[in-house]
Ligand binder design. Structure first.
Ligand SMILES: [Fe+2]
Length: 91
């Protein structure tokens, strides 16, 4: 039976995929900032329907972010431990 220890070399394919998930997290954060700014611009122009749609999209991006963070934490135990230490029972 095959077992893994902390001294095993990580699988580079899995490490690569986790790196891309972290990049995806960056993309979701950028999207959240962008849609937030765009919704405020629409507010300033009195374009209420546009602002509403942009805020709906913004909520979707926040959900995407949560899913990506969940994926990362399920597959990066070190990151999961650090997040648990920092956040404690905050979540
Ligand atoms: Fe997204």
């Amino acid at each position: 039976m095959e077992t893994r220890s902390a001294l095993d070399k990580p699988d580079p394919r899995i490490e690569g995929l986790l790196a891309r998930v972290r990049e995806d997290i960056c993309g979701e954060l950028l999207a959240i900032n962008d849609y937030s700014l765009h919704a405020r611009e629409a507010d300033l122009l009195g374009m209420d329907k546009v602002a509403l749609v942009l805020r709906q999209i913004l909520c979707g991006e926040k959900e995407h972010l949560a899913h990506h963070i969940k994926l990362l934490l399920e597959n990066d135990p070190e990151q999961a431990d650090i997040l648990a230490k920092v956040l404690g029972a905050a979540i």
